[in-house]
Design a protein around this ligand. Structure first.
Ligand code: IMP
Length: 428
């Protein structure tokens, strides 16, 4: 296997960071292709916690080249802080191991102000991370975005910013009554940041093209999850990028035939941050127990994550939407020791039983049909998995018709079992 895509198969926060980190050790390139610093990947290395928002997880391995491709929306100040933080923790970052696309879209202050104003005063609250993601993608599609290469010429930058501010000025003054920086202030801020970022900037399309021609091992690191995809997700409660497989082709600029395997990172239960339907959500003490035990609080915003049982009809949809070829089942330790264990195997929907959450379904009306599973109580200290846990894994594999290739049961790198080979990591 030369190429692997890692994609969240639920609503994000499935534990992609740790798996990406482990697999990137075996890769030559790790590529981020969508989203921005709304993502938060927590990785524990030797007991030390490292949170990455924009920088690919490959950065933790010196031989690996990390690429931020043109499909990402990029907040230069957040990047600068992250860069300093990661370097302060002893990791070397140079223009050799970090490459940023000159064509990616900048998140301007105007994007962030608009995101916050809409969330605070708008009629539909999405529960965004407030990082300006949606407005930046709107500007990209509306052909008024500032691109990273624009930061290197002050006059061009000012022109681009005046288009970027454009109609927003009317909203800021007359709809939301919020203050905003002048074009000169914003241009100066971004121009200064551009100077610091410039060493990492290049044509990542050509970097990846060459890597593919050379037969390099490449890992595509998805942010968020398939159910937050702008097209495939639970619209409008989604993020504004293509988080599913298709996003790789447009966001990194690579040929379709190039991705060999797609690994869907799947939490052993379900969580969701922000608004939107969630059929298996638990509103009882068990939900709170899972939230507390699983430390289900956002790495980016600190918000509480809503918790519920594993939802197989939604997962079946994710498998179809992104052609998942295997699953990594994470956070099994959180379910271990619970008094009861259930899994959603179908919905009762408009008088019918359905086992796949196709997009036409109104999830607020889907009544989950839950199957009782024998609770497991594994310690994960090297002993064989209990038959109850094996049953849980088998239930998922049979339902989805793809293998559970990895199981993870803790934040440390070693708290994992490979049941399938990935990049030559031998299964145990
Ligand atoms: P935005 O991406 O900030 O526009 O937020 C849109 C929706 O996506 C909100 O419900 C967020 O909570 C959710 N979201 C964005 N990024 C993540 C993530 O990394 N994990 C989980 N949810 C996310």
């Amino acid at each position: 296997m030369k190429t692997l895509a890692i994609i969240g198969s639920q609503w994000g926060d499935e534990g992609k960071g740790k798996i990406t980190d482990l697999l990137s050790e075996k890769c030559d390139y790790v590529v981020r292709y969508q989203g921005g610093n709304n993502a938060g990947h927590t990785i524990i290395v030797d007991g030390k916690k490292i949170v990455l928002h924009l920088i690919p997880s490959g950065i933790l391995h010196p031989h690996c080249v990390s690429v931020i491709a043109h499909g990402v929306v990029f907040e230069p100040e957040a990047f600068q802080h992250e860069l300093n933080r990661v370097m302060d923790s002893g990791i070397t970052i140079t223009s050799e191991n970090l490459k940023i696309s000159e064509n990616l879209t900048i998140i301007t202050s105007y994007n962030k102000i608009l995101d916050a104003a809409r969330e605070n005063q708008g009629s539909v609250k999405i529960g965004t991370t407030g990082k300006g993601i949606g407005p930046a993608y709107e500007d990209k599609i509306g052909r008024r975005a500032v691109k990273l290469k624009d930061l290197f010429d002050y006059d061009i930058l000012k022109k681009k910013l005046s288009r970027n501010l454009g109609e927003k000025e009317i909203l800021f003054k007359h709809r939301y009554a919020v203050s905003f920086p002048t074009i000169e202030e914003e241009a100066e801020r971004l121009f200064e940041l551009g100077k610091k970022i410039k060493p990492f900037v290049c044509d990542t399309f050509s970097v990846l093209d060459k890597a593919i021609q050379n037969g390099s091992k490449i890992l595509y690191e998805g942010a968020q999850g398939i159910l937050l995809d702008i097209d495939y997700g639970t619209y409008p409660y989604v993020t504004s990028s293509s988080t599913s497989l298709g996003g790789i082709y447009t966001g990194a600029g690579i040929p379709e035939s190039h991705v060999e395997e797609v690994l869907g990172i799947t939490k052993a239960y379900t969580t969701r941050v922000g608004e939107g339907p969630f059929p298996t959500e638990l509103f009882n003490e068990l939900g709170v127990e899972i939230q507390t035990k699983g430390n289900e609080f956002g790495a980016t915003t600190g918000r509480k994550r809503r918790c519920g049982w594993l939802d197989l009809p939604l997962l079946k949809y994710s498998v179809k939407a992104s052609n998942l070829t295997s699953i990594a089942l994470t956070k099994l330790d959180i379910l271990s020791g619970l008094k009861e264990l259930k899994v959603c195997v179908a919905y009762e929907y408009e008088g019918q039983r359905i086992d796949c959450a196709y997009p036409g379904i109104d999830l607020t009306k889907a009544k989950p049909i839950l199957k009782n599973m024998p609770a497991f109580n594994d310690l994960f200290q090297g002993e064989p998995l209990s038959s109850e846990l094996e049953d849980y894994i088998k239930e998922i594999e049979l339902f989805l018709n793809i293998p559970v290739g990895i199981i993870a049961f803790g934040p440390e790198r070693k708290e994992i079992i490979f049941r399938k080979d990935y990049f030559g990591i031998i299964k145990r």
